[in-house]
Design a protein around this ligand. Structure first.
Ligand SMILES: [Zn+2]
Length: 568
């Protein structure tokens, strides 16, 4: 059991919504107390009523000594990575409350378990006002208990992350309804991609890869693990260590990569580069790992395993201007495909925190400005907001619900090339340091897909739809004709499904509509005799007397051009 104990002048909280499937009913939707001892409490696996009583005794003794009127027991899941399951945790909390009422003279208050709460605290100033405490099977015993649990875990049932009770418009609800992906308790903050969701993912990657071909990128892939020596040079060890998963290997420690830049640099450094090879544009779709507190994870938006449409460009000073213009053109093309509005934000030098030559900074910032103007992009200026290593442009994307999401980022970097002693041979035969650009356009693919699921509310354009067409027969006699049409679609690599089940046509249509499939092909006797097809869009719009070949030609074009509107 982990407790953060706070001696407060006042505390107030408001219940927002239940966050777990098991939660306590609440009579009051808010609570407050003054001159109180707040016990922010995480119940860990293996904790019992006894553990709770021990904790209450210690806090009650402290409260008595400090002349505190009230003890408030406050369930707080964020102090531990190995929480007890909700049902058992509620029992422990109940035992704590009952014991506190006996053991403490003052008032005992209790915030209900399993709720998302808004919390305001005014903590007293004395040195013991904030203390963290740990009770129960600490150290080795605790570890053994954990290993025992791991060994005995029952995986015959999949325990999915709890996505119940979310709004229908949330990407987790839509993802569940359309069977796109799941979160599972055995892999917190990581995504299980089902065939449907993985199809969307692969289509996005394919789209970006085509653009890479057009814009002269070369794709690479690097290991997930590297000796921490790499992370020391890159600075990640110093600044980002707490967010990295570390793995023991022989006599050293390996860090799992939270970013692709350092390992991309190792590819650059494998041989001497000449100015003639620059810009060297690399792209990489590897998985990245970033450790977060388990309580802060949610759906596809906050994850520990992610993939970016990441890329790094190495170039000379003289190439910066032209490269930036074409990079912003790239961004524009990608976002317009999704019909997304966007807002670029230019962050410039912080006069109190920057490294390198001011002249270089000014030139770089000028190049970014010029590229924005050249692409007719209005932007927000964030003066002094750049990181110490270079100016950047971030893009906020606006979804159909009017919310802004930061997706693309283009970051100039003068520091990593120095840290890694990168060089290229210039026209003058001498060594020079290249500039490095970090850029991602969709950003994290996980998050971008989450945003797209909410943006389209599951009604994807045909090129992204997991199933593009369902072919359905009206009567048993039409099954053979349906099969023929279905075959033709498959020959053209259209993602089609055949529904020749014995169910009614109304049922088949409703089923496809629930799955938000863009097109249905309805085939009855009339269609069979005339060798035509009837096309029905998911909106319900229907068109008769179309040839299968004509339909295939139309939607193949719609898919190839990645149109956002349906064709019929
Ligand atoms: Zn990078």
């Amino acid at each position: 059991m982990k407790i953060l104990q706070l001696d407060v002048n006042s505390i107030s909280y408001k219940l927002i919504k239940p966050e777990a499937s098991i939660y306590e009913e609440a009579k009051e939707k808010d609570g407050r107390a003054s001159n109180a001892l707040v016990m922010l409490t995480s119940i860990e696996a293996g904790d019992t009523a006894r553990t709770g009583e021990e904790a209450v005794n210690a806090s009650a003794a402290f409260a008595k000594k400090q002349k505190i009127d009230t003890i408030l027991i406050y369930p707080f899941a964020h102090l531990s990575g190995s929480l007890e399951e909700p049902g058992k945790a509620i029992e422990v909390f109940k035992a704590m409350r009952e014991h506190a009422e006996k053991a403490f003279d003052g008032k005992v208050e209790y915030a209900p378990f399993g709720w998302n709460k808004q919390l305001s605290l005014d903590i007293k100033g004395h040195p013991l006002a904030e203390t963290s405490r740990s009770y129960g099977q600490g150290g080795g015993v605790r570890k053994e208990g954990r290993q025992e649990r791991e060994r005995k875990a029952d995986l015959s049932i999949v325990r999915k992350s709890d996505w119940a009770g979310l709004p229908e418009t949330d990407h987790r609800s839509i993802g569940e309804q359309l069977n796109l992906y799941s979160g599972q308790e055995i892999s917190p903050g990581m995504t299980y991609w089902h065939p449907e969701g993985w199809t969307i993912y692969q289509e996005l990657v394919r789209f970006i890869r085509e653009k890479y071909y057009d814009y002269g990128y070369e794709e690479i892939s690097t290991p997930a693990l590297a000796n921490v020596a790499l992370w020391h040079v890159s600075g990640h060890y110093e600044h980002y260590k707490d967010n990295m998963f570390m793995v023991d290997y022989e006599s050293g420690t390996m860090g799992m990569k939270p970013m692709n830049c350092p390992s991309t640099i190792m590819v650059y450094k494998t041989r001497k580069r000449s100015y003639k090879e620059l810009p060297f544009r690399t792209a990489i779709f590897d998985k990245l790992y970033r450790k977060e507190v388990s309580g802060s994870l949610g759906g596809l938006f906050r994850v520990q395993e992610l993939t970016q449409d990441d890329g790094h460009i190495f170039l000379t000073d003289g190439q910066l201007d032209g490269e930036m213009v074409s990079l912003l053109q790239f961004v524009k093309e990608v976002y317009s495909t999704f019909g997304l509005k966007y807002m670029p934000k230019l962050s410039t030098r912080d006069p109190n925190n920057f490294m390198g030559d001011i002249g270089l900074w000014d030139k770089a910032t000028e190049a970014l400005r010029h590229a924005l103007d050249k692409n007719d992009m209005k932007y927000e200026l964030k003066e002094g907001d750049a990181a110490f290593y270079g100016p950047k442009i971030d893009f906020d994307v606006l979804d159909s619900q009017g919310r802004a999401w930061q997706c693309a980022t283009i970051q100039l970097d003068y520091q990593l090339p120095l840290r890694f002693k990168l060089a290229y041979t210039g026209e003058d035969g001498k060594d020079h340091t290249p500039i490095m650009i970090h850029r991602a356009i969709l950003g994290s693919l996980e998050r971008f897909i989450g945003v797209m699921v909410e943006h389209y509310q599951g009604k994807f354009p045909t090129w992204l739809a997991p199933v593009q067409v369902v072919v359905m027969s009206i009567g048993e006699g039409n099954a053979k004709y349906a099969d023929e049409v279905y075959d033709k679609l498959r020959q053209h690599r259209i993602r089609a499904k055949l529904d020749d089940s014995g169910r009614t046509i109304e049922y088949k249509i409703r089923d496809a509509q629930m799955k938000k499939v863009p097109y249905m092909i309805v085939l009855g006797n009339r269609e069979q005799e005339s060798k035509m097809i009837t096309v029905r869009e998911r909106s319900g719009k229907q068109k008769q007397g179309i040839t299968a070949e004509g339909f295939i030609e139309t939607i193949s074009r719609e898919i190839a051009e990645r149109k956002s509107e349906l064709s019929y």
